[in-house]
Design a protein around this ligand. Sequence first.
Ligand code: G1P
Ligand code: ZN
Length: 543
Amino acid sequence: MTIQQIATQPFSDQRPGTSGLRKKVTRFQQPHYLENFVQSIFDSAGDIQGKTVVLGGDGRYYNQQAIQTIIRMAAANDIGKIMVGRAGLLSTPAASTVIRKYHTHGGIILSASHNAGGPDGDFGIKYNTANGGPAPEKITEAIYQRSKEIDRYLILDSTDVPLEQCGTHRVGGMEVEVIDPVADYAELMEQLFDFPAIRNLLAEGFTLRFDAMHAITGPYAHEILENRLGAATGTVINGTPLPDFGGHHPDPNLAHARELVEQLFSDEGPDFGAASDGDGDRNMILGKNFYVTPSDSLAVLTANAGRVPGYRNGLTGVARSMPTSLAVDRVAEKLGIDCYETPTGWKFFGNLMDAGKVTLCGEESFGTGSNHIREKDGLWAVLFWLNILAARKQPVAGIMQQHWKEYGRNFYTRHDYEELILEEAQGIMEHLEQQFATLEGRRLGSYRVEQCDNFSYTDPVDGSTSSGQGIRILFEDGSRIVYRLSGTGTVGATLRVYIESYEPDPGKHQQDPQHALAPLIDIAVELGQIDSRTGRTAPSVIT
Ligand code: G1P
Ligand code: ZN
């Protein structure tokens, strides 16, 4: 086995986005494309020689080849040891768990999260640091800078490592340990949640359905929900990970998890439903005939954390991404704890957690998590809800309604306009910014604009500033419209419009959010001139 030094040329499009480098599979298959980025990671990830690095992915198309390439490159770059999930699989939360538990130098996660897979789908790669979280911007920027000047990469001339069984192998001077992808994660969940109480709830006849969407959480959900908690066989649907996710979008929302939604909204349906995404970090929570928005879910978890063993001693604080609804802010206020507002993307929560400032955090994009790891965690959120349901013995809808009664309801929706022409989407953002000066104080329908800005965040821990994080139109009554361009899309541009209003009156809580928010939705379209600039008369996805 010899180390080969391969001459290469930089690609100009390897800047990591909201969550690592995400491109079409076909782009990653270009000669040297993956290798350049991996070498850029090894060259930028600090003193990595001799250290242990975790490796795994969500099993999507190209996962297997990429894993073998990365192992050979790691060996050539003098990495001490690779811990890789069996069959190359690790959910994103499990990878974070393993990085933290074994105090490794970091990890490489192969995933394009909720994006479609298969030969024509998307692939992605991201680097996580020793705290188990996505690398902060100064590292992702260093990786990008390196990718622009790279002229060689190192790779060992060796055969594929068998990954189908747990065990240890040597590749050159490096050790490769193939680990059970589920065990460490399942053990951590048992420490955090009251498994006996959930087991009792299920034994009493409470029924649930978990949709793994043919993605990575299948094996985790089978083990935890069915084997350890005793949920009936068949509780987990679409539980076998497939390279193309069965041709579907592995995105747990009302549009893409339709089969599950239909079951929960039918008379014979189960009491509780949940789904997770491609790499297992997102979650959608459903009750019987009831959909819980991710923003409300974060608020409910915060309000009920005292009922859950892992959080019984209190929360130090909570955090939400800027576009996430203000529902959790109201709970934090009542609990007397801090609530931080961060830019979109999980990487901003890590510093707050490492500094002990927050325990729970979440995003409106179906992401919820805690300081047990440094990634959002789909199954964790499901178990948190099951623990609350076991403790309160009320249906999901009842818990939500009681919550709104106590705190008021933040009506919330997100309208996505996908695959726009980049210039048109940028034009909308520029047009909005140009209106800032004339908008403040102006009356729009029954709302008066209080403030407009492009959100900027200064990290309270390291003092770094991230600007241009989304346009906010804030109204006097606390309503908001937020506009952002997605940082994870791979085709054209995606405009996300987040719309929110607050309703204290319980008599008005039963309205459909699209109806309650209709006047603000119209204002949002008008202010952005969305239809005239894009030719779109409706959003592509509403969540
Ligand atoms: C989207 C979500 C964001 C999430 C990210 C990764 O990013 O909006 O909340 O952290 O995916 O899962 P966006 O495409 O909006 O940049
Ligand atoms: Zn994901």
